[in-house]
Structure formats: structure tokens, C-alpha cells
Design a protein around this ligand. Structure first.
Ligand SMILES: Cc1cc2nc3c(=O)[nH]c(=O)nc-3n(C[C@H](O)[C@H](O)[C@H](O)COP(=O)(O)O)c2cc1C
Length: 321
């Protein structure tokens, strides 16, 4: 599948996840077979004001490529400036957030608020398209009611403005994660829009991705929550699509991945900060394993990479006995 002029090796995409999909997370997802990784949402305003911390969120490396960088905001000029910065920073795709419904973001007119402002949407998309050469995508929810009419309207504007693909998570802005994603709206979107549609919402198992592709006709699939602690879902989806049986993840792969995740987090964030972050993150990988509560409890105290690695090894040895 192609997004603009960019060809993806696989039609699996990992979702932008604020507070989670940083570079170390994306590296393990990529290594586990994902076709396209996405950054956390990044504030266009903070980029425009020169925040170093925000600029660092665009930090990337060759091993994770291609990378989609997502920005959010509502001012067309600031959004275009931020878009240019993402291109300059080496993003392979620029994505705009139209789905976030956190109060503060909505109040600023960004995220899902844009889904009821077609004029501003058009101004933002036109300005950005004129300024960047890299492929350009948007990520939508269904809008402000169940019908999906807001999403269809914004998608048409996007298509007319030269946007290269649309990710569609068919839940309303007010729905959060409650209820079920209405995949029939993805089918309807596919029928109305000719640029590629990346289907998103409720892919919990590899088989769900295959069902979404078959039921909706979407061009690619994005998984978010299911990849937290289970990055291998992307390879497993690809295996199913190739007609292969799914191989379960063996313990060695699982625990090696945890160590590499810790190691790259230390490399990018410094040892103490990374260890603080990894106290909860390493626990994602041991869900459902025997005596995992003991590991989860002990990992909450790590201050160094060596301590983390020792606990991972100790738990691995316990499980391998
Ligand atoms: C912790 C968390 C953070 C998220 N952050 C973002 C974000 O930064 N940008 C965005 O467009 N969507 C974000 N989302 C929504 C996901 O990208 C995705 O659309 C949603 O989780 C539905 O997919 P899933 O059912 O596969 O999880 C977030 C979701 C979660 C659970």
C-alpha cells in the first residue's frame, strides 16, 4: 500500500498513543513487524514557541523508519509552521489529529473540535499541503454524532485539499473508548472517499484486523491498545494475511524485547528518568504470566538499568525452570 509516494512494507500501522508511542516504544513495535509507526500527538503551538522538550518528541532514527509524526492545533499559520518543522526534522509522513476530545484540547479548537469547523479545517489543510512535500494524513473520529456525517464531510475536504490518506476510528468524540467502534462507518467512508483509508478501533486480536479488512474494505489497519505490551500483534496480523498459522511469542523473545525497551529508554531519556518510566511499562509485557504480580511489584523500585535487567533475568529464569 502507498501513502502518497511512500510505499509501506506491511499494511499494519501502530496508533499514535500520547504518553506511550515515544521512540523506544516505536522501535520495539517496528522490530515486531509493524509497517508504519506513529509518534505521540505533538503540540503545534509548543513547536512554534520553540519548546525544546516538544521538539525532542520528533526525535527519530533510521531503524524505526518510516515514521508518521502527528501534530495537533487549530491555528492555520501555526499548524503550517509546525508541519514544516516536522518535515525538516525528518518525518516521513505528517498526520493531523482530528480525534482528541480532551477538554483542554477541545477548548483550544484543536482535535475533535475541528470536526465541527469545516472552514478552519480547509484553511489548515490547504496551508499545510502548500508547504510540505512529504505525504500528509489526518486521523478522524466519527464526529459529534453516531451518523458519521462530520467525518464524511471532513474526509471529503481532506481529499479535495490533497491529503494522501485518512485514519478513521469510528467512535464519536464524546464516546471516549466506551461502546464499540462502528466499523460500518469505515465501509461507508471507503465507498465515499478514494484516498486510502486506514481502519482503526477495537483490533484486540490479530483475527480482528483480518475481519476489519474483509468487512470494511479498508486499505490498512491500525492497532493501539492491543499493541501495548504486545507489539508482536503486527507480525501476527501479517502472518494471518499471508495464510500462515500464528506462532505464539516465546519467552526469550518477550524478555529480550523488555530488556531492549529498557536499554533504548535509558539511551534516550537518561537512566533515572527511563527507569521511572519503565516501572509501569515493563509490567505490560508480563500480563497473565505465572507469578507476574511478584515481578510487577519488584520492578516498581528500579533506579538503574542493571537492577531492571537483573529482575527481568530473574523472572525469566523462574519461568524457564
Ligand atoms: C493511551 C492512549 C493515548 C492515545 N493518544 C492518541 C494520540 O496522541 N493521538 C491520536 O490520534 N489518538 C490517540 N489515541 C487513540 C488511538 O490512537 C486509537 O485511535 C484508539 O486507541 C483506538 O484504537 P484501538 O482500539 O486499537 O486502541 C490514544 C489512545 C490511548 C488509549
Amino acid at each position: 500500500m502507498k501513502i502518497g509516494n511512500l510505499k509501506l512494507d506491511s499494511i499494519t500501522v501502530s496508533a499514535p498513543l500520547a504518553g506511550i508511542s515515544n521512540l523506544p516504544f516505536r522501535l520495539i513495535v517496528k522490530e515486531a513487524g509493524c509497517g508504519l509507526v506513529c509518534s505521540e500527538m505533538i503540540s503545534a503551538n509548543a513547536l512554534a514557541y520553540g519548546s525544546i522538550k516538544t521538539k525532542n518528541m520528533m526525535c527519530s532514527c533510521e531503524d524505526e523508519k518510516p515514521l508518521s509524526v502527528q501534530i495537533f492545533g487549530s491555528d492555520p499559520v501555526i499548524m503550517a509552521d509546525a508541519a514544516a518543522m516536522t518535515e525538516e526534522a525528518g518525518a516521513d509522513i505528517l498526520d493531523i489529529n482530528f480525534g482528541c476530545s480532551v477538554k483542554k484540547i477541545l477548548k483550544s479548537g484543536a482535535g475533535a473540535a475541528l470536526m465541527r469547523d469545516p472552514e478552519k479545517t480547509k484553511a489548515i489543510l490547504t496551508k499545510i499541503r502548500a508547504i510540505i512535500k512529504i505525504p500528509f494524513t489526518i486521523k478522524l473520529r466519527s464526529g459529534w454524532d453516531q451518523s458519521g456525517k462530520d467525518a464524511f464531510k471532513i474526509a471529503k475536504i481532506a481529499e479535495d485539499c490533497g491529503v494522501d490518506a485518512i485514519t478513521f476510528h469510528p467512535r464519536t468524540a464524546t464516546q471516549g473508548f466506551s461502546g464499540k467502534a462502528d466499523w460500518s462507518l469505515i465501509t461507508a467512508m471507503k465507498q465515499q472517499i478514494s484516498i486510502p483509508i486506514i481502519g482503526n478501533g477495537d483490533i484486540a486480536e490479530p483475527g480482528d484486523a483480518v475481519n476489519m479488512l474483509t468487512q470494511t474494505g479498508c486499505d490498512a489497519v491500525m492497532a493501539g491498545r492491543a499493541a501495548i505490551g504486545n507489539p508482536w500483534i503486527f507480525k501476527q496480523i501479517q502472518m494471518l494475511l499471508n495464510g500462515d498459522d500464528i506462532a505464539p511469542v516465546d519467552l526469550t523473545t518477550r524478555f529480550d524485547t523488555m530488556k531492549r525497551y529498557l536499554e533504548t529508554s535509558v539511551k534516550y531519556f537518561g537512566e533515572l528518568h527511563a527507569c521511572r518510566m519503565m516501572r509501569s511499562r515493563l509490567s505490560w509485557f508480563v500480563k497473565g504470566l505465572p507469578a507476574s504480580s511478584r515481578f510487577r511489584e519488584s520492578i516498581t523500585r528500579i533506579k538503574t538499568q542493571a537492577q531492571g535487567e537483573a529482575l527481568i533475568d530473574e523472572y525469566f529464569n523462574f519461568l524457564s525452570r
